[in-house]
Write a protein that binds this ligand. Sequence first.
Ligand code: DOR
Ligand code: ZN
Length: 425
Amino acid sequence: MRLLIKNGRVVDPANNIDAALDILVADGKIVKVAKDIKANGAQIIDAADKIIIPGLVDMHVHLREPGREDKETVESGTAAALKGGVTTLLAMPNTTPAIDSEENIALLKKIIGKSAQANVLICGAISKGRLGKELSGIAELKKAGALAISDDGSSVDNDDLLLDAFKQAKEAGLLVICHSEDKALSGKGVVNRGLIATRMGLRGISHESEYLRVERDIKLAKKTGVKIHIAHVSCKESVILIAAAKKQGVKVTAEAAPHHFSFTEEAVLGFDTNFKMNPPLRSKADREALRQALKDGTIDCIASDHAPHTENEKDIEFDRAEFGVIGLETELSAAITELVETKLLDWPRLVEKMAVNPARILGIDQGSLATGKDADIVIIDPKQERLVEKQKLISRSKNCAFLGMKLRGVVEYTIYKGEVHPWNS
Ligand code: DOR
Ligand code: ZN
């Protein structure tokens, strides 16, 4: 089967391309990118006025399987990913059981083999059961196929244990993804600490609970030379620490989630639990710092932190609701609306944040539209606006912060390994 995508604007910063070009696909691979390609008998997609980019790489996704298939499965989560233009994702290990051993990686791989609709990469747990007490066999996780390790959802409290983990990860050549949070400081907080929390009578989560841990994680990375990646950066102090560490040559990268660069703590004033996540939405100044950090490169990439929860776990009192929101189906449109439409990023920079850089951080061969690469391609109508509606979301959970909002930029087709998925919004 051959596929010819004609007349679109191809934005492929990995190859320094931003031009009107055609793309020819055969047997799941990109075989030609050029002007006016002729291909008799090929299926044709007319992409006039559309933007064509490499499939997105989302390095922070909670698929919930094994263990919480009521929230999401590998199948439903990867279908949602494709709908959002994400063709490769890194699955976080806070499942039941946690992905902390060779056997559990084998179990997850089996599920992926059977039901994944997109490319699923595996993140192993730093500690056994993610309990922060004893390290999982880090070399063993790498051997079994993990691309990174993280205790995401929690931070490793014990400095000595983390130092040991960093040393082993360095030895094994594994990336460490840091959920930087001091639970002793965030405690029972549910929103950003400040006037809004006070006004609402809710307990706050301070900036310190994040940035003191970012500071520690960077210090240990510097000591060991391991590559670390700071997940879901939410406040400006963390941005300043990451920028300083990069200047000193520490091997640190960072991500921001769409909810953090789109909303502020004011969004929680209506007690809508779809604005409850960890770390919490912060102040306007923090949101601005994240946006500037995306622009200046301090923050390397955008990742959804797709965190599905059931209605029973979200549609309850703010204090009791679970932390987290889904994001796979809205992250690209949110980024277009908040970053491209506002002229903060141009299209090539956006593609860097959502495909090229996460692929580089993970050391995988994605995020490029060069000849010979997998035909993972997204075709976007950049002008079309779409209302985010619950009944149109295909993720098994519907806890989306963008519900009821109009977002610009609609994924018209996702092509995954040459297979065409058309979406009629
Ligand atoms: O809001 C969050 N939800 N933050 C995390 O770190 C974990 C995630 C989840 O797994 O639900
Ligand atoms: Zn996290």
